[in-house]
Write a protein that binds this ligand. Structure first.
Ligand code: GN1
Ligand code: CA
Ligand code: CA
Length: 248
């Protein structure tokens, strides 16, 4: 076995712990001290433990199996109601139901209303074209000459009465439609010289011609409107133009 000389071993150890030698320093070294570099020495002892490092990333190894689900927790408080949804499409028309009595009555009522409306329109047209209006009164000539009794019957069959002017305006209106001597709805049949209308009321307005009423021949209990607009008492059996009055 080859024995390594001890002075050489000492030299190797010394060189391994020497300061690193620069090239410049080498060139200035004495010949004996600066021979070729020695071999590296053995590694030193382990240092002390360092400070604890930060938590590392989860490992890449196999994961354990998922455990069983936990128990159901208590019910939470109700949430805020959601927004109203958009309106849905219109439904189909349902089957037509049987017409009940209410529906039938409604239909009749509607027809009556329509007829009334039509009648109102027709009356307006007739009155407008053939009568004289004062307020809600319309005076209309029948164009016929009749006795006072027949005159009353004719007007009442039209739900009207013999023209009875209550003032000068109405008197003028009757005069306008008459165009001839016409009966008025007044009489003193009951009490001589006390003229009453056809409802039995005494009249306020009169427009007697001069000298009238004279109850000529002791037999004049009816009244006519002369063409000059004045009044005269005449025998009720005589025939004169019939003018009726209507109210709307
Ligand atoms: C008329 O025709 P005489 O004169 O008898 C009239 C009378 C008048 C009278 C006035 C039917 O009668 O009512 O008061 O004139 N008779 C008729 O003079 O109209
Ligand atoms: Ca009389
Ligand atoms: Ca007279």
């Amino acid at each position: 076995m080859f024995l390594f000389p001890s002075f050489l071993l000492l030299g190797l150890v010394t060189a391994s712990y020497a300061e690193p030698v620069t090239e410049g320093a080498q060139s200035t070294c004495p010949v004996i001290a600066c021979s070729s570099p020695g071999l590296n020495g053995f590694p030193g002892k382990d240092g002390r433990d360092g400070a604890k490092g930060e938590k590392g990333e989860p490992g890449q190894g196999l994961r354990g199996l998922q455990g069983p689900p936990g128990k159901v927790g208590p019910a939470g408080s109700p949430g805020i109601p959601g927004l109203k949804g958009a309106e849905g499409p219109k439904g189909e028309v349902g089957p037509k139901g049987a017409e009940g009595p209410k529906g039938a009555m409604g239909k009749i009522a509607a027809e009556i209303a329509a007829l009334q409306s039509e009648l109102r329109g027709f009356k307006k047209w007739v009155f407008f074209s053939t009568s004289e209006q004062v307020g809600n009164k319309y005076f209309m000539s029948t164009g016929k000459k009749l006795s006072f009794y027949r005159a009353k019957a004719v007007c009442s069959q039209f739900q009207a009465s013999v023209a009875t002017p209550r003032n000068a305006e109405e008197n003028k209106a009757v005069q306008k439609v008459a165009r001839d001597i016409a009966y008025l709805g007044l009489t003193d049949e009951r009490t001589e010289n006390r003229f009453l209308d056809l409802t039995g009321r005494s009249v306020q307005y009169t427009n007697w011609n001069g000298g009238e009423p004279n109850n000529a021949d002791n037999g004049e209990d009816c009244v006519v409107l002369l063409t000059n607009g004045k009044w005269n008492d005449v025998p009720c059996s005589d025939s004169f133009l019939v003018v009726c009055e209507f109210s709307d």
